[in-house]
Design a protein. Structure first.
Ligand code: EPZ
Length: 416
């Protein structure tokens, strides 16, 4: 099994280019199934999760072709097929094909998604919305089946602004009869990117990025060309790498408006974040202080940056607090950080962090994608050497993270 060997690194310096967003390209690849046309996606990151979604699309008959970071998708031969457990188990985002396949073909059968380390992650809000649009949903033998001659638009209120449920319902509504209104919708930038993609296909989605999204169903959609937005979580991860090493880096291909919460919290800790010609510059130029943070749906502080910020907060002088309100079990990284000498106490959905002078490198393991990233960051700071195991979690969502960190001066190498 591959692992990352990280040794205490000096302040990171230099420039790093941010990739296209994983959490935007996955729903957009699913949305391509809404048409039998030919779509071209630009700036697609080469990630394990993207390859799983490619295999899933090919399962339905899509023909895919890569050219560096451009992915071409030919959907002229697609037809419904039961989405298999071994693909859906690997990646919860596989479930995003349900809306488009149901909307396009009137029936879809998909294995129940596996849970994962950060919580049970049910899909009740997805199913409730599809049922409201007339889908007849049955569960059996670990599969979910949905049928509907024609989905009918309806007004749907989401009990929680679920990103995946919002995306699935936008895609289902795109070819439904009449108007669908999604209330208490997720407002993440990836929702806006998905809406822009569907509108480029000839769809009619309005209000993405607000809590109320209106989708007017259309007869059919065509393929299109679309550039994926930059990955705000990869950007936040590198901003935090600069912070924890007291470095000075420039990030390119970044939309500063998408990472305002991360910018605000790093500034509150005493890190400088400023726009520059090529993107944004992040650097330390004075003493740091503690901060408290609470994760919330967008535009609140992103839960996907919580582990990385926790690693940084372990190094701040004094007591900090993190409250995780989005997932019920997203503190798996705490026990691994404590192996490095961090002082953290969990109380319910909050973690109380006592800053420490130093961390001591040792063997730790990634439990999920962002927890793994947090351990890499902690390893840059810890004395000696830190071995991070189970790095397949990290490589699901970060393309070449070791090369990028090394190019900034980090002592990190990947060994099989
Ligand atoms: C998306 O997951 C992201 N994944 C996650 O990123 C991210 O953490 C999450 O949104 C929140 O921002 C992708 O976009 C591929 P949710 P998703 O539905 O859609 C509950 C990463 O690291 N819920 O907004 O699965 C759920 O249990 C990953 O890149 C229901 O109760 O997240 C959770 O507590 C990790 N019922 C909360 O809502 C439902 O039907 C947020 O889930 C759906 C969700």
């Amino acid at each position: 099994m591959a692992k990352f060997i990280v040794t205490k690194s000096g302040p990171l310096k230099g420039k790093v280019a941010i990739n296209g967003a994983k959490n935007s390209v996955l729903p957009i690849m699913a949305a391509s199934l809404l048409s039998d046309g030919f779509s071209t996606l630009e700036d697609v990151p080469r990630l394990e999760d993207v390859h799983v979604m490619c295999r899933l699309l090919e399962y339905f008959g899509s023909r895919l072709k890569w050219n560096n970071k451009t992915l071409s998708i030919d959907n002229s031969q697609i037809r419904p097929a039961p989405a298999p457990y071994d693909l859906v188990r690997k990646m919860r985002a596989s479930f995003l094909v349900m809306g488009p396949i149901l909307s396009r073909f009137g029936n879809v059968k998909i294995s129940l998604p596996g849970g994962c380390a950060i919580g049970t992650r049910p899909i009740d809000l997805h199913l409730k919305g599809l049922a409201a649009m007339g889908a007849d949903i049955t569960l059996g033998h670990g599969y979910i089946e949905a049928k509907a001659d024609k989905l009918i638009g309806d007004r749907i209120y989401l009990d929680f602004p679920s990103v995946g449920a919002t995306e699935n319902l936008i895609m289902a509504a795109a070819l439904a009869e009449g108007m669908t209104i999604i209330e208490n919708a997720a407002e993440e930038p990836e929702i806006i990117d998905l809406a822009n993609f569907i509108n480029s296909m000839g769809g009619n989605v309005k209000g993405a990025g607000t809590d109320t999204i209106k989708i007017e169903g259309v007869e059919e959609l065509s393929g299109c060309t679309h550039t994926i937005i930059p990955d705000r979580i990869e950007a936040g991860t590198f901003m935090t790498a600069a912070a924890i090493t007291g470095g000075d880096i420039i990030l390119t291909n970044v939309i500063i408006d998408h990472i305002r919460p991360v910018e605000a919290k790093l500034k509150e800790a005493g890190i400088q974040v400023e726009p520059v010609e090529e993107g944004i510059r992040v650097y330390k130029n004075g003493p740091l202080n503690t901060l408290d943070l609470k994760t919330l749906p967008y535009p609140g502080f992103p839960t996907d940056m919580q582990p990385q910020m926790m690693a940084f907060m372990c190094t701040l002088p004094g007591t900090s607090m993190i409250t995780e309100t989005v997932f019920e079990n997203r503190f798996m990284h705490v026990s691994e950080l404590k192996r490095l000498g961090a002082r953290i106490k969990i109380e319910g959905r909050s973690a109380i962090i006592e800053g420490v002078e130093r961390l001591q490198g040792t063997q730790v393991k990634a439990t999920d994608l962002r927890a793994g990233a947090a351990l890499l960051l902690a390893g840059l700071y810890a004395e000696g050497t830190t071995e991070v195991l189970d790095i397949y979690h990290i490589e699901r969502g970060y393309e070449g993270i070791d090369e990028k960190l090394r190019s900034l001066g980090a002592n990190i190498k990947r060994v099989n």
